[in-house]
Design a protein around this ligand. Structure first.
Ligand SMILES: Cc1cc2nc3c(=O)[nH]c(=O)nc-3n(C[C@H](O)[C@H](O)[C@H](O)COP(=O)(O)OP(=O)(O)OC[C@H]3O[C@@H](n4cnc5c(N)ncnc54)[C@H](O)[C@@H]3O)c2cc1C
Ligand code: SF4
Ligand code: SF4
Length: 422
């Protein structure tokens, strides 16, 4: 059982992505006690799964590492991974919260020696790479994981495989008897920074995601391009592992459509522009075609759009692709639609298709009568009439990292003001 002493002067932050980390650090550096709760076995959120950041194309790990260092140096922040909020009751200035800690089966003595993974023969889908490859059931979530500690999948803990891992560990770090535990907190304010999930591309059935192997999504593209991803940084057709000669990006895949995700996610145009640079860097002869309704790249990001447009191997076609069919023999993909500028019909073949899907906010899924408001799409509203629980980052609107960080700083300030009012 975790022993966490908090009072109604403390702040709870839910979600350990860039928004949650920022809110927690800003509040802690202003002198407040903060508890950060993250459901993954590591901090960093979706950003850890990106290869590079637009527009500068730098690796996200630099920024994350700076924040992890700030966190290590600040005793005012206590964080828990593989943790979720089970219940919240009360009101501004006086919340009672119960946090659930499912078992990790590995304690803080883990040195990451990797011996348990070496002996483990069971493999599971790798969630970090969106199931594109497998990992051992005793695993480190990813190579830059913070905290750097292994996890045992529950599927092996009651089996001989779990026993093999236990016997292989020389540090007494594996505890197969570990059980789910709970602990209670008293806090004065809550920052909800639970981020986003990718829109389920399989819902857009006319694009064949899940059925056609060479149709992938934008988040999968990030992992493919990453050197620590499932293809070690090579962008390859999933069906035959060949280098693609041409790739199509379909913008607004399900987005801005009342039947699927009605709103614009704001960043998926920029993500595809960035992905075109990944492809062109790797394969100078590969053709990239971006099918778009209109490109959303505002302010300083417009320059990035202009730069990508200058690449003669990248073609932009204003169109909403209506259908994809697969050639079963070759795995090639036929795209059908209409060029909305010229009115011409589009019938074009590609080796691979990337669906630019949008972002779905992670709402507060707790069975409690909490005084919070959402907009029509499920994004949290920081309503001045409803104080005490504040959204930060992509739970408030789909946005990039820089804006998430600004929003999280504002969220921390609002939480501090809540405490000051009581
Ligand atoms: C394809 C793609 C590419 C992108 N590329 C870029 C880019 O190059 N540059 C850029 O600036 N932005 C980019 N973005 C946007 C970027 O990913 C977001 O701005 C960023 O993830 C927002 O951070 P966040 O903390 O709000 O959310 P997240 O990163 O989603 O973090 C939320 C955290 O909360 C945790 N969580 C969720 N529910 C719970 C719960 N109930 N309890 C506890 N924890 C919970 C999650 O596990 C996660 O760790 C891209 C987005 C996409 C889709
Ligand atoms: S759990 Fe034990 S065997 Fe596995 S990586 Fe950690 S220290 Fe090594
Ligand atoms: S950002 Fe671009 S691709 Fe994403 S929904 Fe908006 S217009 Fe469509």
């Amino acid at each position: 059982m975790a022993d966490v002493q908090t009072t109604n002067q403390s702040i709870l932050v839910v979600g350990g992505g860039m928004s949650g980390i920022t809110a927690a650090l800003e509040a802690a550096e202003a002198g407040y006690d903060v508890v950060l709760v993250e459901k993954n076995p590591y901090l960093g959120g979706r950003v850890t799964q990106l290869y590079q950041y637009f527009p500068k194309l730098c690796p996200p790990n630099c920024g994350l590492e700076i924040n992890f260092r700030r966190m290590r140096e600040n005793s005012k922040v206590r964080f828990f991974t593989m943790a979720e909020v089970a219940s919240i009751s009360g009101q501004e200035g006086d919340y009672d919260v119960t946090v659930k800690l499912p078992p990790r089966y590995v304690n803080e003595k883990c040195t990451c020696c990797g011996k348990c993974a070496e002996v483990c023969e069971v493999e599971i889908d790798n969630p970090f790479n969106y199931g594109m490859d497998k990992i051992k059931a005793a695993y480190l979530p990813h190579e830059f994981a913070f905290p750097m500690r292994y996890v045992l999948d529950p599927s092996i803990t009651g089996t001989d495989e779990g026993k093999k891992c236990l016997d292989a560990c020389e540090y007494g770090a594996i505890d197969l008897e570990m059980e789910e535990t709970f602990f209670d907190l008293k806090v004065g304010a809550i920052v909800w920074a639970a981020g986003w999930d990718p829109y389920d591309a399989a819902k857009v059935d006319y694009y064949g995601f899940g059925e056609y192997k060479n149709v992938i999504t934008n988040v999968m593209m990030e992992r493919m391009a990453a050197p620590n991803g499932p293809t070690e940084g090579k962008i390859l057709r999933p069906s035959d592992k060949k280098e693609p000669k041409n790739i199509a990006f379909i913008q607004c895949a399900g987005s801005r459509d009342e039947n699927y995700l009605p709103y614009c996610s704001g960043i998926c145009c920029l993500a595809s522009l960035k992905h075109s640079t990944y492809v062109r860097e790797l394969y100078p002869d590969c053709d990239v075609t971006i099918f778009f309704i209109d490109i959303r790249a505002l302010d300083r990001l417009e320059d990035f759009y202009v730069k990508v447009q200058e690449d003669e191997k990248v073609t932009f076609i204003k169109s909403k692709i209506a259908n994809i069919t697969e050639d079963e023999e070759t795995g090639g993909l036929l795209l059908e639609g209409e060029n909305t500028r010229t009115g011409e019909q589009i019938l074009m073949n590609f080796d691979m298709v990337v669906l630019a899907t949008g972002m779905v906010p992670n709402k507060i899924e707790i069975d409690a009568a909490l005084d919070v408001s959402y907009d029509e799409y499920g994004f949290l509203i920081n309503d001045p009439e409803k104080t005490g629980i504040y959204g930060a980052g992509c739970v408030r609107r789909p946005t990039d990292v820089a804006s998430s960080v600004q929003d999280a700083t504002a969220g921390a300030l609002k939480a501090i003001q809540s405490i000051a009012r009581r």
